[in-house]
Design a protein around this ligand. Structure first.
Ligand code: 57M
Length: 359
């Protein structure tokens, strides 16, 4: 909005020319979203306490979690609200990619919110049944893809990190693949969100990497120099990613161990979905598996554990899945598990950035 209101004023004050630059608007989108979550955080936490929106804790998990009972949840409302307000302020609102990303963020937040409220209403950890969650998520992604590909044809080829000359062509199956990327990313972040700061840390790092990739993808000269796809208009997604980084940092202030608030499904589903749609828009879908390697590892640990458990009639690979429970049950202190997962995320993020040159 500020872009539309203030950039034309450059005719009178040259200073307003600065609103043209994606880099400038990305930084201020991050600062705005960070400021919003940071300053509204204490009020929001109080409000959630008053409304008794506290977390219901499962009694079959690691014992340490029982003392977290009653921690206010649904911090995702604050994160998503801050991202949306900041993006609306700083992005070019004539850009279709911005609206598609906001749509996925808000649609997935609505699904998560319904789930969170159902859990609180029922007083247990069973919210919206899994298959319904998947159905609504897939429907939202299908709508987003229709928005994206209504007028312009989609590119069914994939870009592989480290291999610049290999571009598998999925044909029409690409649509199914794109749905899988967004829904899979959403659920993987959700599975990771089980220790203080465990999901938001790697999320901030992944969103930062996509700030860079979306900026480069929208820049004709840099994209051709780096031999990545050039997608006109995709650079604006950097502003959205910047808002995600800022809101994530502001939330981490309160979610850092010992957490004063959890993000809830309203946060984890929407943030994961948003990362997924950004990966689809920038044509860096496979890169997401590398950038979000921690999320992938958590999701894989669940698949392996459940598969093995069923196949062997009750035997386990990990002490408990998702993976973070395994380390907790090995008596590694929670902050140590969290920080180690962050370290792995930073390294994976750097590896992802290195693919710009190593190809
Ligand atoms: C949600 N949610 C946390 C909080 C957060 C298929 C199955 C493996 C699914 C999995 C599952 O349900 N995972 C998704 C994980 C919960 O956090 C809430 O949920 C939101 C995110 N959706 O924002 O609102 C708890 O996590 C802790 N937490 C923190 N700090 C945070 O910042 O400490 C969360 C955020 C919170 C809090 O304690 O209450 C969760 O873990 O419930 N299921 C499981 O994870 C279960 N695993 C399992 O059953 N494994 C089996 C195999 C055979 C399937 C096995 O390995 O034996 C375990 N989950 C729990 N207890 N809690 C089982 C035991």
């Amino acid at each position: 909005m500020l872009y539309h209101l203030l950039y034309p004023l450059k005719e009178y004050f040259l200073l307003f020319n600065v609103f043209k630059y994606i880099t400038f608007r990305t930084i201020y989108a991050a600062v705005t979203a960070g400021g919003l979550t940071f300053f509204l955080g204490p009020w929001f936490i109080r409000k959630m306490r008053q409304l008794q929106m506290g977390q219901v804790i499962r009694d079959d998990g690691p014992e340490r979690h029982l003392e977290k009972a009653g921690t206010p949840s649904m911090g995702g409302i604050l994160i998503v609200g801050s991202i949306a307000v900041s993006t609306l302020l700083w992005a070019d609102l004539a850009n279709l990619y911005i609206w598609t990303s906001l749509f996925i963020l808000l649609a997935f937040a609505a699904i998560g919110l319904y789930d969170d409220l159902a859990k609180i209403r029922k007083g247990n950890s069973r919210g919206l049944p899994g298959k319904w969650k998947l159905f609504w998520q897939s429907l939202a992604v299908a709508a987003a893809l229709a928005m994206l590909f209504w007028k312009s044809p989609y590119d069914p080829t994939l870009n592989l990190p480290f291999f610049k000359n290999i571009h598998p062509d999925l044909g029409t199956l690409y649509i199914l693949f794109a749905v899988l990327v967004v829904v899979g990313s959403s659920n993987a972040v959700n599975l990771t969100d089980g220790l203080d700061g465990l999901a938001i840390g790697p999320f901030i790092i992944a969103a930062s990497v996509y700030v860079l990739f979306s900026y480069l993808t929208g820049h004709k000269g840099l994209a051709s120099y780096l031999q990545i796809p050039y997608i006109p208009g995709a650079g604006e997604i950097a502003v959205f990613c910047g808002a995600m980084v800022g809101a994530g940092l502001g939330f981490l202030w309160y979610n850092a161990h010992p957490a004063e608030i959890f993000m809830g499904d309203v946060g984890s589903l929407s943030l994961g979905g948003a990362l997924g749609i950004v990966a689809v828009i920038t044509k860096q879908e496979i890169l997401l598996a590398l950038v979000g390697g921690v999320f992938v590892a958590e999701a894989l640990s669940v698949m392996l554990q459940v598969g093995y458990f069923k196949a062997t009639g009750g035997k386990r690979i990990f002490r408990m899945a998702p993976l973070h429970h395994h380390f907790e049950l090995k008596d590694i202190p929670e902050p140590k598990v969290i920080v180690r997962f962050w370290i792995v995320s930073v390294l994976l993020g750097l590896l992802a950035v290195s693919t710009l040159k190593l190809r």
